[in-house]
Design a protein around this ligand. Structure first.
Ligand code: AMP
Length: 113
């Protein structure tokens, strides 16, 4: 199922893109929950973590590696940051296209609500 994120990949709607390669795209969240709030998404249309297969192992690793590189670029390596992947209704997923949230720039609370 195509979502608004596929439209961002296709440049059909605008986004503040910060990184792109053959496998993924990263852009600022439109409703930031922290001073830095970037979404890292695969170009492949995968709805959520629960829909991934063994074939996606390398892609999943690539998303996390890209997130840590972006965290470094954002100056968050020393202060810290959080990576979040919401999955399904109870997980708080609102866009059914797999995405990693990179959050940082303030002290984040734990546990989440
Ligand atoms: P989730 O609730 O984990 O599915 O996260 C979806 C995220 O996508 C939310 O943080 C939204 O603010 C964000 N979002 C939705 N539409 C857009 C958009 N057009 N551009 C950037 N971020 C978006």
């Amino acid at each position: 199922m195509s979502t608004i994120f596929s439209k961002i990949i296709a440049r059909e709607i605008p986004a503040r893109i910060v990184y792109e390669d053959d496998l993924c795209l990263a852009f600022h969240d439109v409703n930031p929950q922290a001073p830095t709030h970037i979404l890292i998404i695969p170009k492949k249309e995968i709805p959520r973590v629960a829909a991934t297969t063994a074939e996606d192992k390398a892609l999943l690793g690539h998303l996390i590696h890209t997130a840590q590189t972006l965290a470094k670029n954002q100056g968050l390596h020393d202060s810290g940051f959080r990576l979040v992947i919401n999955n399904g209704p109870d997980g708080g997923e609102s866009v059914p296209h797999l995405h990693v949230h990179l959050l940082g720039g303030r002290a984040l609370q734990w546990p989440p609500g």
